[in-house]
Every structure is written in structure tokens, then in C-alpha cells.
Design a protein around this ligand. Structure first.
Ligand code: BGC
Length: 751
């Protein structure tokens, strides 16, 4: 058997399924228990388990769900953190470590990554997802998949698709137009499938436009397999199958956990309701998955717990985003000041979200211990400040204020208590608990040198309290080494380099999905269409608290030169970036594309390339970012394909969607024809059409020559949106016969 480096796939040419009975084949399409596939006729049973940022394997004899009782494993930063690193190399390394840990536990498929788009900041599971942007989500997913699968362990790209809320997730229909689906909600999956070949894709619970994902032939077969070339296995989300036979027919291969309905499949085949070849194909895919993941089940694999903890620390440090740093209050100097550490999160860290992704960590760092180590015990005081149940406590506030008053700097650890966000339900607001904000105001009143460190899986509103913090470090959920990573960042041992993967709005109500979330009566209408996250804020020129892509550093960077080399429908962007400050650090060069001559509706700009660059002071680097044809394309529903309009495109290079350093304009040939004209084409369309404008222009000139009244610009503007044929209907100087002649003339090649 041969392993291919990129995907870890085994040679899968041998077919074990031929010759199996109907019953045996049906058995291969459901699990044997909550976490295992069935063993049939020599095809091994394999273990599939969560995922995504650590291995959650139930101990032998443990209960099925067993949240919080799994075998210890490294808890890497959940996607909300890891994605914010924008460091694909690091993410791949985390994937490799996850693969090693899965292998050590004989886990054949790790159930992740999850890349549903953060449509609303309220989605309770946003901590498990990467971004509001599909380009970034797809790249992060591909890096993780490549890393995990390099160890021979399979992955499950989830939740396919349009599972963008927890509310009613098992029934709700995400009602979304096709172009939006293709460009926003499917694009990340498409990239990851095409470039990293996950061994499995997990369908979502919800419906899409009225059809359960688990029974959605268009989604699971036409799009995923026929158009994207996916050749792996589709597994249900746990419990997502509602009709076994319909699911199989749609392209779902494995039902997890089993519902004991294999006989339904057999009966359907015998009764002529299901083609046996569909069942055979699904069984073959299971058999192929078993073979592809054979390396995951090699005995004696171990991993270095300490090394993985250090990797988790590095990843956490790259994931936190420095939002504010007035007067360069940060970094602190180790042993250089007195510090009041305030907030229960400093010693009881919130480092992962609740639900199926919850890992039992191998160890757990807390920030207080790490700060004590760096600062020295005699210079640090601690006050818990608040309780996680949100009950205001005057005594705790007084104690915290006293500590802050006596210290040079107050570092407040605030955030969302774990009860407020989880898989299974959505939030109803994005505010920090009121008692924490009151504490912050009191502490800041006593000591303006106040630093806020946040712990939250979903975005929290910062606007209401930002004037009470000199520095703000958004720590998201950073995994088991987040505590020490935070201390590293506060004291400048590591220079912050995380960047926002989602916009922080001024207020929840600004979010484009606000009026359409989470829907009602089992439907949620994606009324904002393409305008998700910064695609909306930047198109509507809405002020935001912190834009997509934003993040500060203890040093500064300049883009000193950009050149764009345009092809027919692609471009190569070469950017020189320089560290203009006095510390080593990393930045993220971001490339946004603006379609300057769009005739169709398009977001003002879209991320189409990025590169994370590490530079010493005064050092420069030149990075080349390739924009392939997809960087310029939109989904044409009419053509059922990706289309590029001819015309000008701006290539905007900068450090966030609102911090653009250089703009270059290129002209692309496009790949769409000019379209045909008919009687219902408007006069404006006739005049914009290279052939139609000549034909119509000649007809108008001839009419003017015959003494007809010349058409004024005002008249043209008024008539521009009127179909040409309607002029005849209204008797406005043209007959239906003449319209027909013009249509024929415009259609003639070479006319
Ligand atoms: C979650 C999946 C998870 C599965 C198994 C489901 O409820 O949505 O993400 O992989 O459970 O735990």
C-alpha cells in the first residue's frame, strides 16, 4: 500500500464489497454504536470521534456522549482562536499534532474541522467556526485537514451546509438563494474539498431551502461529488438522518449513530424503491474509508504531551488579537511594575466551548500563575472581582478597586461565562455581563492603566466600555495553554499577531443578519444575501468597532511597494512589507478585490489572498500572492458556473478591510459573452451591447434623417430601462416588425 503525502490516502483499488449480501452492504451504511462503524465480512470497524480542536475519545465502557469524561488530550485553541492566527503553516502543524494524538488513541476519523460561516455573532457555536469569510475559512480548513491526514487519520469537514445557527438546528430550513450559497456558504467547503480531499464530509442537521441536508441530492451528489470531485464518504451529523432510504439515495453513505434501520434499506432495494447500485456505492465508500485510514490504527503510536502543550501555547499566542493599546501601555516589563490581576478568569480560564467539541485537557495553564512567574509574587495581587453567575458583589468590587489603586497596572480578565454560549443554543445579545462592566468602570476609575483581557467564543460588544480600558487583548478561547500564552503576550515575550476573522460591530443591531436571525416557524431567511460580515459593512459604509482583518502589534509595519501583474483573468500581486518599528513581529498582508465595473450586484470588496510574514526590526520581505480566476468570479445562476465580467478590478492591499495601503487597477478580459438581445432587452442594454448599440444607433440615425425628432438625453434616461419592444406597444415611433428586424440584425454574426 502506498501513502500519498498530501492526503495520507492508501491505495484503495481493491474492492471488498463485491459479493457481499444486501444485508451486509446495508450494515456498512450505519454505525455499530455511537462512535464505531460496523465490522462486516472482514472490513474492520473504525472509530470516529470529535474533534475538532482535540481528541474526545470516550473511555472503554464510558457513556455514549460523555461530555467532560473523555480520555485526556491536548486542547488546542478552538477555531475562533486558531483561525485568528491567519498562519496556515502553524495550523497545519496543529493538524499534524491532532493526527498524532488521534493515532495514539486508534481514532480513524477526527470529526472536524467545522467551517460554517459566522453569519450572526449570536450563533452559539461560533467558537467552533473560523470566520465570516469563506476564503479564509477554506484555507484554514485545508491546512488542518492536510496536517491531520498526513498522519493517516481521516477528517470530517462539517457541517455541510448552511448550519449557521444552533436555534432549531435539527429542523430549520435555511432559505438562501443559490448565488449566496455558492459564494458564501459553500465556497470554503469547496476549496477544502478540492485542495485537501477530506476523507469524509459531515452533513448538517438543518434543511436547505426545505430539504434536509442529509437527504439533499443536489448538495451531496451534484455539488459535492459531481461538481467538486469529492470521492470520500458522507457521514451524517449525529442523528441528522430522518429518512434512511432518502438519505442514501441523496448520497449520504453512513448514518451515525445507528438507528437500527438497516432493514429499511434492504426492503427498499427488494421492493424496487432503491437501486442496489446506490447501496453498493455507499458500502464501497465505507470500505474505502477503512482502507484510507489504515495507518491510524497502527499500534504503539505515542505523542509527546509536553511538546504538544508547547505547540498549543504557540498557537494560542498567535491567536489572540490586540485591539487597543493606548500610550503603549503594553507590553509590561517582566519584574518591572506592580500588577493587580483582577477577574476569576485569570485563575479559572475559559479556554474552550461547551458541547461535542469539549476536550479533557492534558494540563491547564492559567494566566495568574504565568504572570506570577514573570512578574514575581511580591509585585502581584489578585482579586476575583466577580462571580460567574453574574450576581453583583460590592465586597468583591471594593477589594478589586483597592488592589488596582495600589498597583501600577490593573489587568482585568473579563469574558463570557461558559453558561452563556454553547453548542445547542444561540445567544440573545453580545454584551459582557453587566456586573463585569461595572467592575471595569470602578477599576478604571481607580487606575487608568487598565488592561482588559477577554475570554469569549463569540464576538462581544466593546463599544459600551472601551473608554474604560487603555489596552484590550481579545483572547477568544485559546485552549489549554491559553493562560501562559496570554502572559507571554502581556509581557512582550511574544508579540501579538492575531487578526480578526470577523468584524466587531458597534452594536448587534448593525449586523446584516439582525432582522433575519434566527428565523421563525422553522425557516430562517438569509435576507442579507451575499452581504455577510465585512461584505455588508464595507459596502454600506457602516462604521464598525473593529474591522475584519484588524489586529495590533507591539511593532509597526509598512507596505512599501506593490506591483500587480495581470493575466487574462488572473493576477499576481507582489508586495514588499517592512517592519518599521523596533521589535520583531508578524503581520498579515491582506489582498482584497473590488470589481470596479460590475454590472451585477457585488460586495464592495472581498478577501482573495493573504500572507503572514515575520520580520525583524527594519527588515523587509517581498511576498507574492496569486489571484486565480476564482478571485474575480461570481456565481452565475443563469450559466450555472463561475463567471468573470470583463472590465476593471481594483487590487487593494493592506492590513485590514479598512486599512488599505495600496490600490492598483487591472483590466481583465472576463469569461462571459455579451449575451443576446431580444425585444424585452431594455434600451439601456441595447446601447451597452457592442453589436446592439451599432444596430440601434444606425436605426436611430436613419429615423432622425427621415425627420423624426432627436432623442434627448433625458428621454434616453427615462427610456433606458424600457424594453425596446414596449416602444412598439406604446406606438412610440417603431413598429413590432421593425423591432423584429433589429433583433435579427443584432443576432447576425459580424453585424
Ligand atoms: C455535532 C457534531 C459532532 C457530533 C458528534 C453533533 O451534535 O453537531 O459536530 O461531531 O455531534 O459528537
Amino acid at each position: 500500500m502506498e501513502l500519498t503525502a498530501a492526503t495520507g490516502r492508501n491505495d484503495v483499488t481493491e474492492n471488498y464489497v463485491d459479493g457481499l449480501s444486501l444485508e451486509e452492504k446495508a450494515s456498512l451504511t450505519s454505525g455499530s454504536d455511537f462512535w464505531h462503524s460496523q465490522s462486516v465480512a472482514g472490513i474492520e470497524s473504525i472509530l470516529l470521534t470529535d474533534g475538532p480542536h482535540g481528541v474526545r475519545k470516550q473511555p472503554e465502557g464510558g457513556d455514549a456522549l460523555g461530555l467532560g469524561h473523555s480520555i485526556p488530550a491536548t486542547c488546542f485553541p478552538p477555531a475562533v482562536g486558531l483561525g485568528s492566527s491567519w498562519n496556515l503553516d502553524l495550523i497545519r502543524q496543529v493538524g499534524e499534532a491532532l493526527g498524532d494524538e488521534a493515532k495514539a488513541e486508534q481514532v480513524s476519523v477526527l470529526l472536524g474541522p467545522g467551517i460554517n460561516i459566522k453569519r450572526s455573532p449570536l450563533c452559539g457555536r461560533n467558537f467552533e467556526y473560523v470566520s465570516e469569510d469563506p476564503f479564509l475559512s477554506g484555507r484554514v480548513a485545508a491546512a488542518l485537514i492536510t496536517g491531520i491526514q498526513s498522519r493517516g487519520v481521516g477528517t470530517s469537514l462539517k457541517h455541510f451546509a448552511a448550519n449557521n445557527q444552533e436555534h432549531d438546528r435539527m429542523r430549520v430550513s435555511a432559505d438562501v438563494d443559490e448565488r449566496t450559497l455558492r459564494e458564501i456558504y459553500l465556497a470554503g467547503f469547496e476549496y477544502a474539498v478540492k485542495t485537501a480531499a477530506p476523507t469524509t464530509v459531515m452533513c448538517s442537521y438543518n434543511k436547505i431551502n426545505g430539504v434536509y441536508s442529509s437527504q439533499n441530492h443536489w448538495l451531496l451528489t451534484e455539488v459535492l461529488r459531481e461538481q467538486w470531485g469529492f470521492d470520500g464518504l458522507v457521514v451524517s451529523d449525529w442523528g441528522a438522518v430522518n429518512d434512511r432510504v432518502a438519505a442514501l439515495a441523496a448520497g449520504l453513505d453512513l448514518e451515525m449513530p445507528p438507528t437500527g434501520t438497516d432493514t429499511q434499506i434492504v426492503d427498499a432495494v427488494r421492493g424496487g424503491d432503491l437501486d442496489e447500485s446506490v447501496l453498493t456505492t455507499a458500502a464501497e465508500r465505507l470500505s474505502t474509508l477503512v482502507k484510507r485510514t489504515a495507518a491510524a490504527r497502527t499500534e504503539g503510536h505515542t505523542y509527546d504531551v509536553e511538546r504538544h502543550h508547547e505547540l498549543a501555547r504557540t498557537a494560542a499566542a498567535e491567536s489572540a488579537v490586540l485591539l487597543a493599546n493606548d500610550g503603549e501601555l503594553l507590553p509590561l516589563t517582566p519584574g518591572g511594575q506592580t500588577v493587580a490581576v483582577i477577574g476569576e478568569f485569570a485563575c479559572s480560564p475559559r479556554y474552550q466551548g461547551a458541547g461535542s467539541s469539549q476536550v479533557v485537557p492534558t494540563k491547564l495553564d492559567n494566566a495568574l500563575d504565568a504572570i506570577l512567574d514573570l512578574e514575581g509574587a511580591d509585585r502581584v495581587t489578585f482579586a476575583p472581582g466577580f462571580t460567574f453567575d453574574g450576581t453583583p458583589d460590592d465586597h468583591m468590587v471594593t477589594e478589586a478597586v483597592d488592589a488596582a489603586r495600589r498597583a501600577d497596572v490593573a489587568v482585568l480578565f473579563l469574558g463570557l461565562p461558559s453558561a452563556t454560549e454553547s453548542e445547542g443554543f444561540d445567544r440573545t445579545d453580545i454584551e459582557l455581563p453587566a456586573d463585569q462592566i461595572a467592575l471595569l468602570e470602578a477599576v478604571h476609575g481607580a487606575n487608568p492603566n487598565t488592561v482588559v483581557v477577554l475570554a469569549n467564543g463569540g464576538v462581544v460588544s466593546i463599544e459600551p466600555w472601551k473608554d474604560h480600558a487603555a489596552a484590550i487583548l481579545e483572547g477568544w478561547l485559546l485552549g489549554q495553554a491559553g493562560g501562559s500564552a496570554i502572559a507571554d503576550l502581556l509581557f512582550g515575550i511574544t508579540n501579538p499577531s492575531g487578526r480578526l476573522t470577523e468584524t466587531i460591530p458597534l452594536r448587534l443591531q448593525d449586523n446584516p443578519s439582525y432582522l433575519h436571525f434566527p428565523g421563525s416557524q422553522q425557516h430562517v431567511r438569509y435576507g442579507e444575501g451575499l452581504y455577510v460580515g465585512y461584505r455588508y459593512y464595507d459596502s454600506a459604509l457602516r462604521e464598525v468597532a473593529y474591522p475584519f482583518g484588524f489586529g495590533l502589534s507591539y511593532t509597526t509595519f509598512d507596505i512599501t511597494d506593490t506591483s500587480v501583474d495581470a493575466g487574462k483573468n488572473s493576477a499576481e500581486v507582489t508586495v514588499t512589507v517592512r517592519n518599521s518599528g523596533d521589535r520583531s513581529g508578524s503581520t498579515v498582508v491582506q489582498v482584497y478585490v473590488h470589481d470596479a465595473s460590475a454590472s451585477i450586484d457585488r460586495p464592495a470588496q472581498e478577501l482573495k489572498g493573504f500572507a503572514k510574514v515575520h520580520l525583524d526590526p527594519d527588515e523587509s520581505a517581498t511576498v507574492t500572492i496569486t489571484l486565480d480566476t476564482r478571485a474575480f468570479a461570481y456565481w452565475s445562476v443563469a450559466a450555472q458556473d463561475w463567471a468573470i465580467e470583463p472590465g476593471d478590478y481594483e487590487i487593494r492591499v493592506g492590513f485590514s478591510s479598512r486599512d488599505i495601503a495600496t490600490t492598483d487597477t487591472i483590466t481583465l478580459a472576463g469569461n462571459v459573452g455579451v449575451g443576446t438581445l431580444d425585444a424585452m432587452s431594455t434600451i439601456g442594454e441595447w446601447l451597452a451591447h457592442p453589436v446592439g448599440s451599432a444596430v440601434l444607433g444606425a436605426a436611430m440615425a436613419a429615423a432622425a434623417g427621415d425627420g423624426a425628432q432627436a432623442v434627448s438625453p433625458e428621454m434616453m434616461a427615462l427610456a433606458g430601462s424600457m424594453p425596446l419592444g414596449k416602444l412598439a406597444t406604446f406606438g412610440l415611433g417603431i413598429t413590432e416588425e421593425q423591432v423584429a428586424q433589429l433583433v435579427a440584425a443584432a443576432a447576425q454574426p459580424g453585424s
